[in-house]
Design a protein. Structure first.
Length: 418
């Protein structure tokens, strides 16, 4: 009773403005109580009820200061399952069920259909072409002569810079530094492998150590910003498309002609034509730098389900779809994701429901050896993107897209069964 009265008193102080939201965790010494008070105060201030936001399994003591500030509860997103999807990767081998968090009707059903078509045709082959997380600070120098001197100095002292960076992390390894220059501005795009972590925080801390070392040893350079926007983080860019960021992954499958007809309800040549006219020519005419039908749908659904950085859906969903007929008139289809940024440790992966979603995929936590779980995860995502892309192109080729959204996006299929 004493605790209840104490919390009521604090709620009133928050409502009156005597206590700020961000002060509650310190004042109460318990983030679960702070979350409750914050929500109750907000309900009073706004005159609304937040009973659904209140319902969660999250222990706020565990996540405040790591994943969230000023929490009041949690937002719930429907979670569906697609699969099994047969994958023939270097790290992902076998059949997998894919958790997809979305509020878009027809998405899970569409991916599920693509999984069936791929699995019945022998599975998706997946390979990782490149692995490296980037952070690119920008330096100011006095002249282009000094800029070139800085670039040469960095190349000559790479081992020293590597030692500085890796002194901050157990798993991060500096692989290379890519220099860029515009006038008296120099960017040093530092590329790291990051084990099973997505690694953005890891490489930020490591690169900060590099910057301080450069300023100390090369006095002509001043670091203006630890992030100079050539990383490129959470923005679409040609640089990431060409050089990659995170993991560059390719997935392919040959879908048998009879499977295309029986499962996807169209013909291989029709899917090829839709891809050329829609994904390739249509994207080019629109001035896009990404040539696909809906990578973002699948990437976003998996990211939300598994606790990835949602803002990195921007660059992680960029990529290319390719389709052609084989000599046997089967359908060859592939997807290439140049900048897939994912991890199985750190960030939102520690949240309770996201942790369980990663366990569904068999990738939660650190792999043995480190890095193998994140690579396995990347291969699974690429294969799932392939499934989603295949199914949507088939729906467009067959003229079924609108009908599918009528049935599954508006609930008509379930209403008709009642």
């Amino acid at each position: 009773m004493k605790l209840e009265n104490k919390l009521k008193e604090i709620v009133e102080k928050v409502v009156r403005g005597e206590i700020k939201f961000h002060e509650l965790d310190t004042i109460l010494g318990n983030s679960n109580e702070a979350t409750l008070v914050r929500r109750l105060a907000l309900e009073k201030i706004l005159g609304i009820s937040l009973t659904n936001i209140a319902f969660t399994t999250i222990d706020w003591v565990e996540v405040v200061g790591r994943n969230i500030e000023n929490p009041i509860g949690a937002v719930h997103i429907p979670l569906g399952i697609a699969g099994p999807l047969k994958i023939n990767g270097e790290y992902a081998k076998g059949e997998f069920y894919i958790p997809l968090a979305t509020s878009e009707g027809a998405l899970v059903a569409s991916v599920n259909r693509g999984c069936k078509a791929i699995s019945e045709s022998g599975g998706a082959t997946v390979r990782i072409l490149n692995d490296g997380m980037a952070r690119a600070p920008v330096f100011r120098v006095n002249s282009i002569v000094d800029g070139i001197e800085l670039i040469n100095w960095v190349n000559e002292n790479f081992d020293k810079l590597k030692a500085e960076a890796e002194s901050t992390t157990r798993h991060g390894k500096l692989v290379r530094i890519e220099p860029f220059m515009v006038g008296n501005n120099v960017w040093l795009r530092c590329i790291y492998t990051t084990g099973d972590a997505m690694g953005m925080n890891m490489v930020t801390i490591a690169t900060d150590k590099i910057c301080k070392f450069i300023e100390k040893e090369f006095r002509k350079a001043k670091c203006v910003s630890l992030s100079g926007n050539m990383c490129v983080d959470k923005k679409p860019s040609i640089l990431n498309m060409l050089h990659g960021r995170g993991k560059t992954v390719v997935a392919e499958a040959v879908i048998k002609k009879d499977v295309v007809e029986d499962v996807l309800k169209t013909k291989p040549e029709h899917i090829v034509e839709v891809n050329v006219r829609k994904n390739l020519l249509g994207s080019a005419r629109a001035g896009s730098i990404s040539f696909n039908a809906h990578f973002a749908n699948i990437v976003a659904a998996i990211f939300l389900a598994t606790g990835q950085d949602a803002a990195q859906i921007v660059e992680s969903s960029m990529g290319y779809t390719w389709a052609e007929l084989t000599e046997e008139n089967n359908l060859y289809i592939s997807v290439t994701l140049p900048s897939l940024e994912v991890g199985t440790v750190g960030g939102g992966t520690r949240l309770p429901t996201q942790k369980e979603a990663l366990k569904i995929l068999g990738v939660y936590g650190s792999g043995n050896p480190p890095g193998t779980n994140a690579k396995k995860f990347a291969e699974i995502i690429a294969a799932t993107v392939l499934a989603g892309e295949l199914s949507l192109l088939a729906a467009l080729a067959a003229g079924h897209l609108a009908e599918a959204h009528k049935k599954l996006g508006r609930g008509l299929i379930w209403k008709s069964k009642r």
